[in-house]
Write a protein that binds this ligand. Structure first.
Ligand SMILES: C[S@@+](CC[C@H](N)C(=O)[O-])C[C@H]1O[C@@H](n2cnc3c(N)ncnc32)[C@H](O)[C@@H]1O
Length: 243
């Protein structure tokens, strides 16, 4: 498996288009569904991510990009701690439109650009930090995604990948499995108006590499000091790596 494989999709191009169209459909209700389905824990996961990279954000001249920024929640949290303007990118126009409105509302100046994470319009070695929250799992090719992130980082640049993970075969894991397979698609479908988006979510999480495997893949593309932190019983993991 190179990357995400939504049901009924057979090529990388189709997977990429399926993901973009799906996020385009749910963009207006994405934030509400996110906060409700995660019981607001998504804010805490993003806050932890910001905390882990804040030493870079405080550095004068630091260039940071929030990849797959969606409606901008991590981008805003990063910007609140940053001395420089944080960039945001995503390949789904309606998500970027929602992010732009939130950035303007907060009075921030975060440049946004529309781009596929697998082909960023950035020079080699141009960033000090790349973050990606709940976007990496949706890439059509994980290896290519990691290599592209590494390409645009400066030497000593850091990447932080916040992503869903599998809690393992514990009592909590079983309860979470029931919630994500049965409850989440129902509530997510009602809140977002798109049942397939919230059936895709648990499927894509189950197919996604374990935290150990993602760490191994980061090392394989050349990141060093690779480490991960599990949160909320292992349902989410924050991976860090340095170029
Ligand atoms: C689950 S949302 C996460 C948004 C945001 N980072 C957050 O924490 O709420 C995933 C985002 O990744 C974007 N995305 C998925 N695949 C992408 C790709 N190949 N290139 C750029 N953006 C992508 C989607 O358009 C969507 O906005």
């Amino acid at each position: 498996m190179k990357g995400t494989t939504p049901a009924g999709v057979s090529t990388e191009q189709e997977a990429s288009r399926w993901v973009r169209d799906m996020f385009g459909r749910i963009a207006p209700r994405y934030d509400l569904a996110n906060h409700v389905l995660s019981l607001n824990l998504d804010r805490r996961w993003r806050a932890k991510t910001v905390q882990r990279v804040s030493h870079i954000l405080r550095r004068p001249g630091a260039r940071a990009l929030d990849l797959c920024c969606g409606t901008g929640d991590l981008l805003l949290a990063l910007q609140a701690q940053s001395v420089e303007s944080v960039l945001g990118s995503d390949f789904c126009h309606p998500m970027l439109t929602a992010a732009a409105a939130k950035i303007a509302h907060r009075g921030f100046r975060c440049p946004l650009f529309e781009a596929d994470a697998l082909a960023l319009p950035l020079q080699d070695g141009s960033l000090d930090l790349i973050t990606v929250a709940f976007g990496f799992r949706n890439l059509a090719d994980y290896q290519a995604g990691l290599a592209e992130m590494r390409r645009v980082l400066k030497p000593e640049g850091v990447t932080a990948i916040l992503e869903f993970s599998q809690p393992g075969d514990t009592a909590f894991g079983k309860l979470y499995g029931f919630y994500s397979r049965k409850v989440l698609p129902l509530i997510g479908g009602v809140l977002s108006g798109s049942r397939d988006a919230y059936s895709y979510l648990p499927e894509s999480i189950e197919k996604f590499p374990s935290a150990e495997e993602l760490a191994a893949r980061m090392l394989a593309v050349g990141f060093r000091d690779v480490d991960f932190l599990r949160m909320t019983g292992g349902t989410v993991a924050l991976h860090l790596g340095t170029k």
